[in-house]
Design a protein around this ligand. Structure first.
Ligand code: IVH
Length: 719
């Protein structure tokens, strides 16, 4: 047993080799956890080993080493960072911003020219890597122990941030050749771990040299960034604009205790000073081999690193990484191409601060700075008022952005965007553009704070924000032309009844010119009325008439969705149509009857009832029908038997044949509810293999427990 070794932490001093062994074990487990994401032991077991080491070190401070895992967090807040001179300068890379092919081809062409290769010579081999969007870091190890971490600074002089970098779990404090990882002792046991000497399969890889500088990027994962910002917001502290700023802030945090709470990650991509080969340093032929060795020494190296032959494979890499960019879990701002052969790299050398053998091929920026020209309040179909920042046009994330929603009053307040502000706008993937930060220091003097209007900006009716709601709404209803326009557009959209060619401009013209007022008016539009509109060609007017005629033949779900009842989306409309079969049945259903439809909860039921209780809404429906809008109706769906109506079930463990989702669907189809935890209100606990605390709780509360077969009996109506 491990614990016996160190049972008494007082005298006599434990054997230094045994302590070193315990440390190695902890390093190994930390590497599996942080870098490989493949832990061998539970967190609790890790904590137990860690505390054991802490206890030994507390009793015997002479045994504490700087590479001990207990030394990651510690140290006092600094007044300033010390300046350090890099043993080898930290270079930057030449950047190609041209999109697609040209950047890669231009680079490959230059490399071939500089190496004096003609067209007939074979393709150059490259290593392709993501360009991580964080900050460059140089980690210096002497005799296998981290002694210094420094930022890039100006490339010659950086800042010493060792205290903060030690808190990054992914960065090894004492790297060793870890190739034979399977030799790790299983949980609980401290089997002999002979260290590097015992490694068979790693024999071909070099040991960690006397002096080793690893260069790479410190960054923050997007999920860690979101969680950090949520915590900051909760504490009323300032949030960070993007993961890179958050990472830079954490690295340059003078108090290491605060830095330790900012979750950072690391990718290694190269070397600085290393013990020369003549003095026993490692021999590498290629950059790729070097990265594989760093990986074997315990450094995180991205799985996205690849070897590529010639320009075509560089282009293919650029394109494939560009496609996956938004789903990576961390920000990148391009890719990096490097000549793989280190001999060729040496032949090519440098121009000033940039190696000739590497280039960064950037992606279009996802963030830009622009100015706020105005803040407009838009009125939606249901009267919702949305503040929208009008921006000086800016090309970001591949499109020109002129608007960014501020969502609602609370969001607008939180961001405190003002007219005249310089703002950071972000557009990533298909996500709608967002103002992520205001550059307050650039704010013009006396820029007024934004306030929501108390009147609808379109019709002047009172705007109200009801208790518990985030949105202001115009109380004007169909008096408000903005709401009427939006409801017409909603009705005419492709997913509703679809009136081809009826777009925003035309609806504006029709409503603002008082040509139509309500939805049914649309179907009373004649060719003459349409053709007399400004900028309307006869042919286009004719097309609209045809489209209107065509739209009359529709389906019940499309029509119902098209009415624009709050909370009734396409899926709910389909369910309602299936359940009731006819529009009249839906219009006359009570809230209770509506509640028996899958997908319909109290809010939706109430919204439907309120809508159809308004005489003018029924009138609109009647007029649309009178104008010829029609669909075929069916009989109401046969109500499936509901043996579990009113029952609440909880699922735990693994059932022999049903997945969680399948069991849940079956229970819900039978009228039952599925809850996440056991309480006195639980009707049944359905327990499968490896049921845990929920089973104990159910037994304690006397809740009936079923297995899968028991559940199936219930579903079939046997109890
Ligand atoms: S190599 C000799 N590889 O980009 C070349 N740099 O100007 C040294 N960066 O701030 C850098 N990902 O931190 C290299 N895969 C990668 C990189 C990378 C991001 C950063 C680096 C530096 C800038 C280069």
């Amino acid at each position: 047993m491990t614990s016996d070794l160190f049972a008494s932490s007082a005298t006599p001093a434990p054997d230094a080799e045994a302590v070193a062994q315990l440390r190695r074990t902890l390093h190994e487990h930390a590497h599996r956890y942080y870098v490989l994401d493949d832990p061998l032991i539970s967190d609790a077991e890790y904590d137990r080993l860690f505390q054991q080491l802490q206890a030994i070190e507390a009793a015997h401070p002479e045994l504490v080493t700087p590479d001990s895992p207990t030394q990651r967090v510690g140290g006092r807040p600094l007044d300033a960072f010390a300046s350090v001179r890099h043993a080898l300068p930290m270079l930057s890379i030449r950047t190609e911003t041209d999109t697609e092919a040209s950047g890669a081809e231009a680079f490959d062409g230059r490399v071939r020219r500089e190496l004096g290769l003609d067209a007939a010579a074979p393709a150059i081999e490259y290593v392709t890597e993501p360009k991580f969007d964080g900050l460059a870091m140089s980690l210096r190890y002497v005799r296998g122990v981290l002694v210094q971490a420094a930022t890039r600074g100006d490339g010659e002089l950086g800042e010493e941030v060792t205290q903060n970098i030690r808190t990054i779990g992914q960065i090894p404090l004492a790297p060793t050749l870890l190739a034979a990882r399977s030799s790790l002792p299983p949980e609980g046991a401290l089997a002999p771990w002979g260290g590097p000497a015992a490694l068979g399969s790693g024999a071909s890889l070099p040991q960690v040299p006397e002096v080793l500088e690893v260069r790479g990027e410190v960054y923050m994962r997007r999920d860690d960034f979101e969680a950090l910002n949520a915590r900051q917001r909760e504490k009323g502290l300032k949030t960070f604009v993007n993961p890179r700023n958050a990472a830079a802030g954490a690295v340059r945090q003078l108090d290491p205790a605060i830095a330790a709470q900012r979750p950072l990650s690391f990718f290694a991509y190269g070397l600085g000073e290393v013990t020369p080969v003549e003095q026993g340093g490692p021999v590498f032929e290629t950059h790729f081999e070097l990265l594989q060795t760093l990986k074997a020494w315990g450094f995180p190296v991205s799985d996205l690193v690849q070897v590529a032959q010639g320009a075509p494979e560089l282009i293919a890499y650029y394109e494939s990484i560009a496609r996956t960019r938004d789903s990576l879990g961390f920000d990148i701002d391009g890719v990096v191409y490097k000549v793989n052969s280190l001999a060729l790299q040496r032949r090519m050398g440098f121009v000033t601060r940039e190696p000739r053998w590497a280039v960064a091929h950037k992606f279009p920026a996802q963030e830009q700075i622009t100015t706020v020209l105005g803040i407009e309040v838009q009125v939606g179909r249901t009267g919702k008022l949305t503040p929208v920042a009008k921006l000086a046009p800016v090309f970001v994330g591949g499109v020109t952005v002129t608007n960014a929603t501020l969502h609602n009053e609370d969001e607008a307040r939180r961001k405190d965007v003002r007219v005249g502000d310089s703002v950071v706008v972000r557009r990533a993937g298909d996500v709608i553009p967002e103002v992520v930060a205001v550059l307050v220091e650039k704010r013009p003097p006396d820029a007024p704070q934004f306030t929501m209007p108390q009147q609808c900006p379109v019709c002047g009716s009172t705007a109200l924000r009801e208790e518990g709601e985030v949105d202001y709404r115009c109380s004007g209803g169909l008096f408000c032309s903005a709401q009427r326009k939006q409801s017409i557009l909603h009705f005419a959209q492709r997913r509703a009844v679809e009136v081809e060619g009826l777009g925003e401009k035309l609806v504006d013209q029709l409503v603002d010119g008082h040509v139509i007022r309500t939805l049914p008016d649309l179907y009373r539009l004649g060719l003459t009325a349409l053709a007399s509109l400004a900028r309307m060609a006869d042919k286009s007017a004719q097309n609209i008439v045809v489209a209107l005629e065509k739209s009359k033949q529709t389906t019940l779900p499309r029509f119902l969705f098209g009415l624009g009842i709050r909370h009734v989306g396409e899926a709910t409309a389909k369910e309602l149509a299936r359940h009731f079969g006819s529009l009249d049945a839906i219009m006359d259903a009570s809230e209770e009857q509506l509640l028996s439809v899958a997908d319909v909860g109290p809010i939706v039921a109430h919204s439907l009832r309120t809508f159809f209780d308004q005489p003018h809404n029924r009138e609109v429906v009647a007029q649309l029908r009178a104008c010829g809008v029609n669909w075929s109706e069916g009989a109401p769906a046969v109500q499936a038997p509901q043996p579990l109506a009113g029952k609440t079930l909880v699922l735990t463990g693994t059932l022999p044949t049903l997945s969680r989702d399948q069991a849940k669907d079956l229970i819900e189809a039978a009228g039952g509810k599925v809850a996440g935890s056991v309480s006195k209100k639980t009707s049944y606990l359905v327990a499968g293999a490896e049921a845990g605390s929920k089973l104990d709780k159910a037994l304690e509360l006397g809740v009936a427990v079923l297995d899968e077969a028991g559940l199936k009996d219930l579903l079939n109506g046997h109890s």
